[in-house]
Structures are given as C-alpha cells and as structure tokens.
Design a protein around this ligand. Structure first.
Ligand code: ADP
Ligand code: ADP
Ligand code: ZN
Length: 209
C-alpha cells in the first residue's frame, strides 16, 4: 500500500484534480480541510480547536491535524493507501506522516500567487456531491450540478483578506516541504496555470497511468 499527496497553495486545484483522478488511482480522497469543516459544523472538540485558525486563514496546530489523520488512516477504505489533499502542510506533519503510511508520489500543482485570489474568490461547490466549480473558469452546468441535488455552497474563508494570510502561511510553513520531498525523489512538479484537463493528463502521467 502507498499513498499519494496532492500539494500546492490554496486554490491551486488540488480538490478539482482529486475528483478527476479518483477513478484512476482507486484511492479515497482525504482532505484535511473538508474534515475540519465537517468537525466545525458538527461542533466537535476538534472543530472547536480548529475554527479560530481557519477563520483567520492560519494553519491549525499540527497535533490536531496529525490526530485526525492517524484516525482516518485506520478506516477500512484506507487499507491500500489514500490520496491526501491539503495534507501535509508543515515539515512536522510530513515527518508524522512518514511513520503513519508510506507515500509514493507527491504531486505539486504550481500556480503563481497572482492567480490565486481570482481562483479562490470565484470558488463554489455543490453541497450535494462536493464537486468544485468556479464563477468564470469552471461554471456548473446551466441546470445545476449533474448529481441532481444541487445546492450552491461558498466557504466563509474564501475572501480576499483571508486569502492573503493563507498564502503567507503557505510560503512560510508549507513550501519548505517541497525540498523535503524533492530530496526523497518522489516530488513531481506540475504547471497548474493551464486548462484543467491538461493538468489532469500530466498528473496521471506522473502517476504512471
Ligand atoms: P484547492 O483544492 O487547491 O484549494 P480547488 O480545486 O478548490 O483548489 O480550486 C480552486 C478554484 O479554482 C475552484 O473554483 C476551481 O473550480 C478553480 N480551478 C481549479 N483548477 C483550475 C484551472 N486549471 N484553471 C482555472 N481555474 C481552476
Ligand atoms: P485551501 O486548499 O483552499 O487552502 P483547505 O480546505 O485545504 O483550503 O484548508 C482550509 C483551512 O483548513 C486552512 O486555511 C487551514 O486553516 C486548515 N487546514 C487544512 N488542512 C490543514 C493542515 N494539513 N494543516 C493545518 N491546517 C490545515
Ligand atoms: Zn453535485
């Protein structure tokens, strides 16, 4: 068993690409952002601990995240590994991960900062199925999401002021991980400033599909 990491700044397209490669990899998507939002909504202890950091666009403490992942990886569907989306985001998280499950590929979706604000401020998703859309770059079909239970959802932290903090957190705390993984020889850099389909093909190629 081995897992895949989708790596990149907020709004790079990790979730979008995860949806598209799920079938090919056969691995379940594990998004720490989605797990934290579910915990906040459910009002759990984890949610309470995480909310103020998320609202401020800061990273949630490593201990909270590592506990979440340790539990998630015990689930039966994770037996052959998972596809991490938005985890790890710090070197201590990556170190913890290396003792939890082996990682075969780190797919880094590279997008310049000046594109990120537009990506994040136009983002919405379908509450029914989780599909990610964009006002301009990837609008939902006219009749709504094909899943049939269309309800448009926007994230509270997808606004211009929070994006700035999230980008600083990325540059200061997350981007050092790139070298950490490069040295391990499993790092694949993908140009994420292109059409969604082209990026998907490149990712699948990097994964050997
Ligand atoms: P992440 O999971 O990395 O935060 P998302 O997959 O949610 O990023 O994408 C952020 C926003 O950008 C979404 O609204 C999505 O529809 C849009 N998007 C994703 N990939 C591209 C792309 N290649 N070109 C333009 N917009 C994109
Ligand atoms: P995006 O890809 O747009 O940054 P996510 O959904 O991955 O959004 O994350 C939303 C927020 O959840 C982050 O701003 C951060 O507060 C928190 N978060 C998610 N994953 C992690 C992580 N691995 N480590 C620390 N904080 C995290
Ligand atoms: Zn849907």
């Amino acid at each position: 068993m081995s897992s895949i990491v989708l790596f990149g700044p907020p709004g790079a397209g990790k979730g979008t690409q995860a949806e598209r490669i799920l079938g090919a990899t056969g691995l379940p998507q594990v998004s720490t952002g989605d797990m934290l939002r579910a915990a906040v909504k459910a009002g759990t202890e984890t949610g309470l601990a995480a909310k103020k950091f998320m609202d401020a666009g800061q990273l949630v403490p490593d201990t909270v995240i590592i506990d979440l992942i340790r539990d998630r990886i015990q689930e039966p569907d994770a037996i052959n590994g998972v596809m991490f989306d938005g985890f790890p985001r710090t070197v201590p998280q990556a170190e913890a991960l290396s003792s939890i499950t082996p990682v075969s590929h780190v797919i880094a979706i590279e997008v310049p900062d000046e594109r990120i604000v537009d990506r994040i401020c136009g983002r919405y998703s379908c509450a029914g199925c989780g599909n990610v859309y964009h006002d301009l770059f990837n609008p939902a079909p006219k009749g709504g999401c094909p899943c049939g239970s269309w309800e448009e959802k926007r994230r509270a932290d997808d606004n211009e002021s929070t994006v700035k903090s999230r980008l600083s957190a990325y540059h200061e705390q997350t981007s050092p991980l790139a070298n950490w993984y490069r040295e391990k020889g499993i790092f694949h850099s993908i140009d994420g400033d292109r059409a969604i389909d082209e990026i998907t093909s490149d990712i699948l190629r990097s994964l050997g599909h």
